[in-house]
Design a protein. Sequence first.
Length: 283
Amino acid sequence: GGTACVVTGQPFDTAKVKMQTFPDMYKGIVDCFVKTYKQVGFRGFYKGTTPALVANIAENSVLFMCYGFCQQIVRRIVGVDRKTKLSDLQNAAAGSFASAFATLVLCPTELVKCRLQAMHEMQLSGKIIQGHNTVWSVVKGVIQKDGPLGFYRGLSSTLLREVPGYFFFFGGYELSRTFFASGRSKDELGPIPLLLSGGFGGSCLWIAVYPVDCVKSRIQVLSMAGKQAGFMGTFITVVRTEGVLALYSGLKPTMIRAFLANGALFVAYEYSRKLMMKQIDSY
């Protein structure tokens, strides 16, 4: 599921990070794509793909594993049998709890991904003299400058994004599946309803938490150039100097990516889960 998500959405994610961190450099999504292609070539859209793959595979593995555990916790809290189907709202709460665990895996890999994606802009703006162009060089730079804890720059803003965001993510996904099922079992849904449900869930997530993600990207990227303010300090600085709309820079590529990538994520997740369950049942 995580692999399908990255392969589908990486170019749009790259545009999002660039536009969030350097909003003055780009007039919009088309301008960002054109300039990136002219300056770096097609490979520029897939900068940070390796850490993005690691991040998404690790995050979604932990997320969906913990989602199952958290569903059982929710069942205990509401006092129902362990096989009872949860409501859409209860599933949303379980997803929100699960995201807190996934954040611990996601934060280090996402920091490396964001820095690779915005490395060219950091050099153009004069914030750094020489950029690191490989995953290992970025990892080595973080360890030398900040030590192992440097990988957790932006952890609080990542948590602020993930916990409420995944409530809307799983809530939107389950509500949409309920709509398409129309009284049937949700497990009987085909790929198109799953694709649309996943896309709707991803769109709900990003609409709800986009300003938080914008602040997170700035903290993780701009901390390359020296000490960076925390979440509230960065948030207040952006609003004061650039206005509230700066917090929504890169929203358009994010929404395109959210629908396509999360649709692919849930189709891959549901079908791989069913395949694995059949394998287990056969034994």
